[in-house]
Design a protein around this ligand. Structure first.
Ligand code: GDP
Ligand code: MG
Length: 702
């Protein structure tokens, strides 16, 4: 059965960790009737946090996808992780979503991670709603959080509801319901039915003035987007509900406003109106722009040029194309989660994997429901705009485009940041080694930010985005796969570059199989200032001096030299510019081998002369703490070689932004908790690589 495009919402729930994403998701499932009992994060009974690791830690690690129906609207909902080690999961979700609900805590307000995800959502131009959750918490402050949303996120929220009271039951004016400013009514949620029964009634007299002021504010914002509304208002006529909703919808889809709602997910207040708003104001796949891709060239040069760009409208009669955004390994065969961008796809069919240049089988299609595969979830076909789980494909990995083989297209790849931390793992015996390799292969397909490097000594290195990322991976290997392996302590991933420019000449003068071989290559090596530029190879040699074939050999050899490790300890090289200055050849004695040897010699000399530098990953750290602890944090950060780039007071909290080497941040989250008696919070993300202290480099030298 194909679901109607207009009624479909691919919705993401995004926020800082602990703001209540999982609880909001859980309540949405409950009220939509997809779930008959309420689940609680704190009891480990939620639908989306189904991994034991997630239940134990009470956080979301793998973005889950559930599908349910609210009124006429089919919602594919992705609950994304808030922890920065799992940003890849968030980025992936944003690529395939059409709209998002950003959840804020009424107490903590706009936290570091909320800013990050808000910016990510801007980057992908995802229209969104804001939901101020936890209005029942002690210290909840609606207006304060609203002000933060305006100022810190540089946004334009449109307040559609205001809370009645705030804080827990025992305070004098507790949070007990909401005022709907569109319909000018009060909504109460009956606790005896877990909030399923909603009572709509008139606004109490003592709140009418306040509600009126907020409504005026809302309308003033709306007039900007509709002359018709303004006209009616000037004539003091009634404003039709439909016209208001259309105006809000249009401005939301444009990204100029973000409707704002509030409630308490835990106590079942405000969730149904939030679901209504998803249907009313967030885009269906048909409202989103056509997806852009490139037509793969016949030969191998897949360069993006103007003429090759093509667009696919979100319509059933377009050729099929979709993006694999997640792979869930299973013993019976991987399930690939795919967002369909155009056309329709049937079960028991074949698709083309454009990047891999391979045809693949689509045996079964599953409507996704949490992480469980329920028998009734299997479908015959899937429509444009929908998200579906595919079983049967052998080549698909995260980020791949699949499409109709007769209309190939390559969609933009999902980019992942560089890994900054690694951990060695050693199997107990050979049998375990094979098992480990298999399991890691599978985990890599599922988690593209995990890298596996096989060392020469039989050691395997797991590389990831942060301490938590590796710890979670380790626990999966031990717990889910029962592997008999030992883990070493996590280490930061170093890189190498050079400290200064150098011009050198490399030689080949030797007898190979009785023949004289000779060649000479001159190169210049320079450090690149741009922090994230990897390696650039250029040539200034004149064709008379170096015939094309030799130049090609030198370029090729330089490419493989730069992919090898550096001089200090063989860490990957980065931030290098290598220029071929010239060369010499002797007829009869110079050939490809001679030029390869000379190039190698030149590169070795260049690295030596360029004075190798060890680079370490530096993280951007944001700590939010009550001001009392500021001094303690500043002192601690100094000890960790951190540079404090900014401190700022925002409400009751002080925000410290610092740049600190990852090496000094191991175990930071527990250190931070003990420094502040659990009252501080932090967010960490990779910033760049910077020179490590000399003694760190020395420990690697002989
Ligand atoms: P996530 O990390 O964003 O997925 O947040 P969770 O849904 O896991 O919630 C984090 C914590 O906040 C849990 O202990 C929830 O029970 C609690 N929580 C969630 N929503 C509310 C709410 O509306 N009010 C209160 N008081 N607590 C809430
Ligand atoms: Mg969660």
């Amino acid at each position: 059965m194909l679901r109607q495009l207009e009624n479909l919402r691919n919705l993401g729930i995004i926020a800082h960790i602990d703001a209540g994403k999982t609880t909001v998701t859980e309540r949405m499932l409950f009220y939509s009737g997809s779930k008959h009992r309420m689940g609680f994060v704190d009891k480990g009974t939620t639908e989306t946090d189904s991994d034991p690791e997630e239940q134990e830690r009470g956080i979301t690690i793998y973005s889950a996808c559930v599908t349910f129906t609210w009124q006429q609207t089919h919602i594919n909902l992705l609950d994304t992780p808030g922890h920065v080690d799992f940003t890849a999961e968030v980025e992936r979700c944003l690529r395939v979503l059409d709209g998002a609900t950003v959840v804020f805590s009424a107490r903590e307000g706009v936290e570091a991670q909320s800013e990050t995800v808000w910016r990510q959502a801007n980057r992908y131009q995802v229209p969104r709603l804001a939901f101020i959750n936890k209005m029942d918490r002690e210290g909840a402050n609606f207006e304060h959080v609203l002000q933060q949303i305006v100022e810190r996120l540089d946004s334009n929220p449109l307040v559609l509801q205001i809370p009645i009271g705030s804080g827990p039951r025992h305070v004098t004016d507790p949070f007990r319901g909401i005022i709907d400013l569109i319909n000018m009514q009060m909504l109460s949620f009956d606790p005896d039915t877990d909030g399923q029964e909603i009572l709509a009634g008139p606004i109490p007299e003592d709140l009418q003035g306040l509600a009126g002021t907020w409504r005026e504010k809302m309308l003033d914002q709306l007039y900007e987007y509709s002359d018709e509304l303004m006209e009616l208002a000037l004539q003091e006529k009634e404003l039709p509900l439909e016209l208001m909703q259309q105006t809000i919808r249009a401005a939301t889809l444009e990204g100029t406003i973000q409707p704002l709602l509030c409630g308490s997910a835990l106590h079942g207040i405000g969730i149904q109106p939030l679901l209504d708003a998803v249907g009313l104001y967030l885009p269906s796949p048909a409202d989103r722009p056509a997806v852009e891709g490139i037509k793969p060239a016949k030969d191998d040069s897949r360069k993006k040029t103007e003429s090759e760009v093509q667009h696919r409208e979100p319509a059933s009669d377009e050729p099929f194309c979709g993006l694999v955004f997640k792979v869930l390994p299973a013993k019976t065969g991987d399930m690939a989660w795919v967002r369909v961008y155009s056309g329709t796809l049937k079960g028991n069919s074949r698709v083309y994997n454009t990047g891999k240049e391979k045809k693949d089988n689509v045996s079964q299609l599953w409507q996704i429901h949490a992480t469980k595969r329920e028998p009734q979830g299997q479908v015959d076909a899937v429509n444009t705009g929908d998200i579906v789980g595919i079983i049967g494909m052998r080549h698909a990995t995260t980020g791949d485009t699949i499409c109709d083989a007769t209309h190939p297209i390559l969609l933009e790849k999902i980019e992942f940041p560089e890994t900054v931390i690694s951990m060695a793992v050693e199997p107990e015996n050979t049998a375990e080694r094979d098992k480990l390799q298999d399991v890691l292969e599978m985990l890599k397909r599922q988690d593209p930010t995990l890298q596996v490097i096989s060392g020469e000594t039989g050691q395997t290195l797991l590389c990831g985005m942060g301490e938590l990322h590796l710890e979670v991976t380790k626990n999966r290997l031990l717990r889910d796969f029962n592997l008999n392996v030992r883990f070493h302590k996590p280490q930061v991933s170093y890189r190498e570059t050079i400290g200064r420019a150098a011009d050198v000449t490399g030689q080949c003068q030797r007898q190979v199989a009785g023949q004289q071989k000779s060649a000479q290559v001159s190169i210049r090596i320079e450090p690149l200032e741009d922090g994230n530029q990897p390696i650039l190879i250029l040539s200034h040699a004149s064709p008379e001096e170096l015939p094309g074939e030799y130049l090609a050999t030198i370029l090729d050899e330089l490419k493989s030299c730069t992919q090898g490790g550096g001089r200090i300890a063989g860490f990957p090289l980065t931030r290098l510019k290598v220029t071929i200055l010239g060369g010499q050849y002797v007829d009869g004695e110079s050939d490809e081998i001679a030029f390869r040897i000379a190039t190698n010699d030149a590169f070795e000399r260049a690295l030596e002369a360029g004075e190798p530098v060890l680079l370490e990953p530096v993280m951007k750290l944001i700590v939010s703490t009550p001001e009392d602890y500021l001094g303690d944090f500043a002192g601690d950060l100094q000890q960790r070689r951190a540079i404090i780039v900014n401190t700022e007071n925002r409400g009751s909290l002080t925000y410290i932004e610092a740049h600190a080497p990852l090496k000094e941040l191991f175990g930071y989250s527990s250190a931070m908790r003990s420094l502040s008696q659990g009252r501080a919070g932090c967010s960490l993300e990779p910033l760049h690589y910077a020179p490590a202290p000399a003694q760190d480099a020395d420990q690697f030298r002989f």
